[in-house]
Design a protein around this ligand. Structure first.
Ligand code: CA
Length: 230
């Protein structure tokens, strides 16, 4: 999952980035409305974590601008936004929710609670009530970051898991290589040109050939229904 942290407190931003990075997220941190807006215009974020008191103004300005974006291109006005507020900022929190924030957390908060709320947001956006994703005999648990096949655990690397989760969430739509890369790597990542191919190759070896399909020159997808007998 690609996450944008908009927070001007360097300590908080770095702490969040470290924790989310360890749990397989690609995180960019920006301290101001202007730079965050540029990032939203260039990268397809899955979630925005938004502080309200920013260097160049109130975070609600960014939220309002995002929700009023025309859509059909970046920034995506439907991007889930979770606001992070101080305990005494009740009025701002209400304003934020009314402006279209999806959830909020009161600082200081437990990063594990944040991660759980982010998963809930993604579920809601995908119209899914169940916490796990299934495809034939393959089951994915985004909370535990585990995968099983026919009830047996399958060992995936963090990046392989992220590729699989992105394709499962998008199913049956095709994701291009840049779209998958955008979910896995932040601005600072150094990318091998064939990284995604390598992850897909490993996924096929571990989970069978019929799960992840290639559309030559376009990208990859997981079909809506598993292959009969697969
Ligand atoms: Ca702040």
């Amino acid at each position: 999952m690609r996450v944008l942290v908009v927070e001007d407190d360097k300590g908080i931003a770095e702490g969040l980035a470290a924790h989310l990075g360890r749990t397989g997220h690609a995180v960019d941190c920006l301290p101001a409305i202007a730079t965050a807006w540029s990032a939203l215009c260039s990268e397809p974020y899955d979630v925005v974590l938004l502080d309200l008191g920013l260097e160049d103004g109130d975070g609600t300005v960014l939220l309002r601008r995002l929700r009023e974006a025309p859509g059909g291109r970046l920034p995506d006005p439907a991007t889930p936004v979770l606001i992070m507020t101080a305990r005494d900022q009740v009025a701002s929190r209400i304003e934020g929710l009314d402006l279209g924030a999806d959830d909020y957390l009161t600082k200081p908060f437990d990063p594990d609670e944040l991660a759980a709320r982010m998963r809930a947001l993604r579920r809601r956006l995908a119209g899914r009530a169940q916490p796990t994703l299934r495809h034939g005999d393959i089951e994915i648990d985004p909370a535990a970051r585990t995968v099983s096949r026919a009830g047996r655990p399958v060992d995936l690397s963090a990046r392989e898991f992220s590729v699989l989760l992105a394709l499962m969430e998008a199913r049956p739509h095709v994701l291009s290589r840049p779209q998958i890369e955008a979910k896995l790597y932040n601005f600072d990542s150094v990318l091998e040109s064939n990284a995604i191919e390598v992850h897909v190759h490993k996924l096929r070896r571990k989970l069978g050939d019929t799960l992840v399909r290639t559309v030559r020159g376009v990208g990859y997808y997981v079909p809506a229904e598993p292959e009969p007998g697969a």
